[in-house]
Design a protein around this ligand. Structure first.
Ligand SMILES: Nc1nc2c(ncn2[C@@H]2O[C@H](COP(=O)(O)OP(=O)(O)OP(=O)(O)O)[C@@H](O)[C@H]2O)c(=O)[nH]1
Ligand SMILES: [Mg+2]
Length: 379
């Protein structure tokens, strides 16, 4: 190993000296600031000392210097390979983009930029095509339209295609809300959050009913919430029990019904749940899904639970996702609205009505970007 010391006015200059003398294979062992008066007479101000080392060339037993032809050839080979990979990536990108973009727009930098943005975010090709078709034509003279503005416009275009709404609301009549969905997504916790808020913040008369008699722990879980909130709770496992429980709480403004979690593959059990929920036309279903779930699984759940005629979605565990692309892709494919987002385990704090602002934040944070003001385009 060849070790050398370099002194320069700054690190950049020292590193350039190392590179010239020892080549790009050199490693920096130490960087040190030398203060004036530290035995460096004649030098004004601080200097930087860099100690670098390079391996001996096993064939020549001489240090691999910058001028070493073997090292240079290696670097060139890497650079060539890198360029080829970049070309292949661009080619793939063009083939893919060609299937999505119109021939007359494929070379438009702004359209390509928008395409790239959607693609980066993991939005599916056919959805990108429909989003781009709906986009406003670009003003070619407006350079400010690029960059942040293009990103903002893309985001607004995504969000315009997602419906929000379906929150717990009471009219003259009693409202019954059933929370259905796959296992472990947060149905019971979300129900408890919303029931607590409806009772405590809106002063409504509320009762809980659980149909989840599959596990003792499930009944205990809801009982605990009911006790803490000081609201009544019923357990029902048949249609007649459910009917009676609803009748017993006819004076309540809102009934919150918990159901047993079902795998989307359990078609038979989902059918049984559908039978149970048919007891009252007043029952409005929420399909509760976790933002941590893959897009394919979300779509499967939507197909399998469709028989239950739920009215809106609740997405849970937004606090656990780095990248909300599965949820956003899923919502882009749906006509039913998303009613709530939940963002943690705290009852009743961690729930909020779904909003485009929240989605915008998630999308931008997922890209590692800062959240920008979305102006009037996003609410
Ligand atoms: N991080 C996080 N955890 C959550 C959220 N909502 C629920 N959980 C947690 O997810 C776990 C499952 O929640 P439950 O409410 O029991 O889920 P469930 O859908 O009722 O489950 P099953 O009844 O077994 O199907 C619990 O540990 C909750 O605290 C959320 O928004 N964020
Ligand atoms: Mg549960």
């Amino acid at each position: 190993m060849n070790i050398k010391r370099f002194v320069a006015r700054n690190t950049q200059e020292a590193l350039r000296m190392v590179k010239e003398e020892m080549g790009t294979e050199a490693v920096i062992l130490r960087t040190r600031t030398i203060h004036p008066g530290e035995g460096k007479s004649g030098q004004a101000g601080e200097t930087i000392e860099v100690t670098a080392a390079v391996d001996y060339d096993s064939t020549t037993n001489s240090p691999r210097k910058g001028g070493d032809t073997g090292a240079r050839a290696l670097i060139e080979r890497y650079e060539n390979l890198e360029a080829q990979i970049r070309e292949i990536r661009d080619l793939l990108w063009s083939i893919e983009a060609g299937a999505v973009l119109q021939p007359d727009t494929i070379f438009d930098p702004q359209v390509r930029g928008q395409y790239g943005y959607f693609k980066d975010f993991g939005i599916k090709g056919e959805i990108i095509r429909s989003l781009l078709r709906k986009m406003m034509p670009a003003d070619p003279g407006d350079s400010a339209q690029q960059g942040q503005d293009a990103l903002k416009q893309s985001l607004i275009n995504i969000l315009k295609n997602i419906n929000m709404g379906g929150e717990v609301a009471g009219g003259q009549d009693q409202a019954i809300h059933a929370f259905i969905g796959p296992t472990g997504v947060g149905k019971t916790t979300t129900l408890a959050k919303l029931a607590a808020r409806t009772a405590l913040e809106q002063g409504k008369k509320v009762a809980l009913i659980t149909l989840d008699t599959f596990r003792i722990a499930a009944v205990n879980q809801l009982e605990t919430y009911a006790r803490i909130m000081g609201i009544p709770m019923e357990v029902a496992s048949t249609r007649s029990e459910l009917r009676k429980a609803i009748a017993r709480h006819a004076d309540c403004d809102h009934l919150f019904v918990d159901t047993v979690g079902r795998s989307p593959r359990d078609t038979k059990e989902i059918g049984q749940l559908m039978d149970l929920l048919k007891v009252s036309k007043k029952i409005r279903g929420y399909l509760v899904l976790s933002a941590t779930t893959d897009l394919s699984q979300l779509l499967l759940a939507e197909t399998k639970f469709r028989a239950l005629a739920y009215e809106s979605y609740i997405f849970t565990k937004l606090d656990e996702v780095e990248d909300a692309s599965s949820m956003v892709n899923f919502l882009l494919c749906q006509s039913r609205p998303v009613a709530y987002f939940t963002t943690g385990q705290q009852v009743p704090e961690d729930v909020e009505p779904a909003s485009k602002k929240k989605l915008a934040k998630l999308i931008l944070n997922g890209r590692g970007g800062t959240v920008m003001s979305m102006g009037n385009g996003v609410h």
